[in-house]
Ligand binder design. Structure first.
Ligand code: DQA
Length: 144
């Protein structure tokens, strides 16, 4: 059983990018915590980051038939991308949307998400621990 942990634009800069907002953990640290959390649930992880909308769409399509669900931090595409929302709808897999920061106490343009209406759950503002919570929730809803 495999899950995809998918990170969108600028998340490759985690740890050095606006640490006051996103913390000091790097994307490699996030990958480690995801692998640990998933292993504890008996799940494997395919960890993908891209700065390109189309590559994220391809990764979502590739999850179909090869993964049980997706943990997805779409970065700023959260607030702009109908195409990513359509991709999530199209694959019919549970998607847990994660935002490291609490987008609701930030700029108004971060308050709307195109992904949330098609997500199984949304975890916002829990820092990188949000990935762990998302994996635990995905495990609980996909367990047979
Ligand atoms: C983010 C929040 C988005 O508004 C922002 O564009 C990001 C990161 C988060 O994890 O808090 O790139 O998704």
């Amino acid at each position: 059983n495999t899950i995809i942990v998918l990170n969108g634009p600028n998340l490759n800069l985690l740890g050095t990018r606006e640490p006051a907002v996103y913390g000091s953990q790097t994307l490699a640290d996030v990958e480690d915590l995801c692998r640990t959390a998933a292993a504890a649930e008996g799940l494997g992880v395919r960890f993908v980051q891209s700065n390109h909308e189309g590559a994220l769409i391809d990764a979502i399509h590739a999850a179909r038939g090869t993964a049980v669900g997706i943990v997805f931090n779409p970065g700023a595409y959260t607030h702009t991308s109908i195409a990513l929302a359509d991709a999530v709808s199209g694959v019919e897999l549970p998607v847990i949307e994660v935002h490291i920061s609490n987008v609701h106490k930030r700029e108004a343009f971060r308050h709307h998400s195109y992904i949330s209406p098609v997500a199984a759950a949304v975890i916002v503002g829990a820092g990188t621990n949000g990935y762990r919570l998302a994996i635990q929730h995905l495990a609980s809803i996909t367990r047979d």
